[in-house]
Design a binder for this molecule. Structure first.
Ligand code: UFG
Length: 331
C-alpha cells in the first residue's frame, strides 16, 4: 500500500495524527508551509516537504516523487477572530489552496481524501446535540470557507474518481500523552492553553467571556475532544475509504458539554493552582452551546473516543505546557 500524505502535518492536530499514523504502521509524507506549524512537531520518521498547497508545481512534484495512497488535509487557517478581520486570507489559504490541491490530486489519480472541517459550519445551532443533517449557516468567515471546501469536495467527487470524508471537529484540546507534541498557537486564543498560562506564570488570570448566556452557570458550553481521539478518527476514516466507503460527513465530539467555569475549575484541580478568573463581556460571535452528536462516527467508522474525561484531557495538556511553557520556540 502507498503512503499517506498529511497536509499541515506540522500543526497541532496534524502532528498528532502523524504520530498516531506512524504508530499504526503507516508510511507518512508531510507537506507544511510552516506558517503556523512547527518543524519541531514533524515526526522524525515522516518525509517532510516544506511548501504551500497553493503552489501547483510543488504539489505536482510531491505526487510525482511519492507513491501516495490517500491525503489527510489539515492545511488551513483556523482562527475565527482573524477570519473576520482578514477574510481574503481565508479564501486564499482554505478555498484556493484546496482547489489547487484537488486539481493536482485529480491529475495524479489520487482518489481518497480525509478533511478537517469544523462545528463552525453550523453557526448558531437550532437544536442540541448537533446532527450532521442540521442546518449549516456559519456565523464567521472561517466556518464559511470550511463549508465551501466541503461543497468543493462534493462536486469534485461527483465529476471525478475521488471520495472524501469530512470530519467536523468540536473543541479540539489536550496533548499527546507521550509529552513530545502539544498545542501551540501564536497568538494563543483557545481556552485551555490560555487557562494553563496562569499556573505557568505567563498571565495573572483567565478572562471569562460572558456570564449571561442561557446555560447552567451563564458561561458558554463546549464539547471538548482530545486531539488523539481526533487523530484516531482520521485513521479510521482513511481505512473506511480504503475499504470502499462512500463520501460522507461526520461530527467528532464527546457529546458532553462543559461550561467555561467548569473548565477553569477542572484546571484548578489538575494544576493545584487557584487560577484567578475575571468575568468579562461576551466575545463577539460565540454561540452559547455547541455539543456534537457523534453517533454516526461511532456507528459507521467504529470510532471510540478514549479521553472522554475532561480532567484527563487537561492533565495531558498540563503535562505538555509545564515542559513547554512557550510552545516549541523554547525547545
Ligand atoms: N473563552 C473564554 N476566555 C478565553 C478564551 C475563550 O472565556 O480567554 C471562552 C470562549 O468565549 C468560548 C470557550 O471559551 O465560549 C471556548 O473558546 P475557544 O476559543 O477555546 O474555542 P471556540 O469554541 O471559540 O472555537 C473552537 C475552535 C474553532 C472551531 C470551534 C468549533 O477554535 O476553530 O471550536 O466548536 F470552529
Amino acid at each position: 500500500m502507498g503512503s499517506i500524505l498529511v497536509l499541515g502535518g506540522a500543526g497541532y492536530i496534524g502532528s498528532h495524527t502523524v504520530y498516531e499514523l506512524i504508530d499504526a504502521g503507516e508510511d507518512v509524507v508531510i507537506v507544511d508551509n510552516l506558517l503556523t506549524g512547527f518543524k519541531e512537531a514533524v515526526h522524525p520518521k515522516a518525509r517532510f516537504y516544506q511548501g504551500d498547497i497553493r503552489d501547483r508545481a510543488f504539489m505536482d512534484s510531491v505526487f510525482e516523487k511519492e507513491d501516495i495512497d490517500g491525503v489527510i488535509h489539515f492545511a488551513a487557517s483556523s482562527q475565527v477572530g482573524e477570519s473576520m478581520k482578514e477574510p481574503l486570507k481565508y479564501y486564499s489559504n482554505n478555498l484556493c489552496g484546496t482547489e489547487v490541491l484537488l486539481e493536482s490530486m485529480v491529475a495524479h489519480g489520487i482518489d481518497k481524501i480525509v478533511f478537517s472541517s469544523t462545528a463552525a459550519t453550523y453557526g448558531e445551532p437550532e437544536s442540541i446535540p448537533i446532527l450532521e443533517t442540521d442546518r449549516t449557516l456559519p456565523t464567521n468567515c472561517y466556518g464559511e470557507t470550511k463549508l465551501s471546501m466541503e461543497k468543493m469536495f462534493h462536486w469534485t467527487s461527483v465529476a471525478h474518481n475521488l471520495r472524501y470524508v469530512s470530519l467536523r471537529y468540536f473543541n479540539a484540546c489536550g496533548a499527546h500523552p507521550n509529552g513530545k507534541i502539544g498545542e501551540a498557537h501564536n497568538p494563543e486564543t483557545h481556552l485551555i492553553p490560555l487557562i494553563l498560562q496562569v499556573p505557568n506564570h505567563q498571565r495573572e488570570y483567565i478572562s471569562i467571556f460572558g456570564t449571561d448566556y442561557d446555560t447552567k452557570d451563564g458561561t458558554c458550553v463546549r464539547d471538548y475532544i482530545h486531539v488523539n481521539d481526533l487523530a484516531q478518527a482520521h485513521i479510521l476514516a482513511m481505512n473506511y475509504l480504503r475499504n470502499g466507503g462512500k463520501s460522507d460527513i461526520f461530527n467528532l465530539g464527546n457529546g458532553v458539554g462543559f461550561t467555561v467555569k467548569e473548565v477553569v475549575e477542572t484546571a484548578r484541580e489538575v494544576t493545584g493552582h487557584p487560577i484567578p478568573a475575571k468575568e468579562e463581556a461576551r466575545r463577539a460571535g460565540d454561540p452559547s452551546t455547541l455539543i456534537a452528536s457523534s453517533g454516526r462516527a461511532k456507528g459507521i467508522l467504529g470510532w471510540k473516543p478514549q479521553y472522554a474525561d475532561l480532567k484527563v484531557i487537561i492533565e495531558t495538556a498540563w503535562k505538555w505546557h509545564q515542559v513547554h511553557p512557550h510552545g516549541y520556540k523554547a525547545d
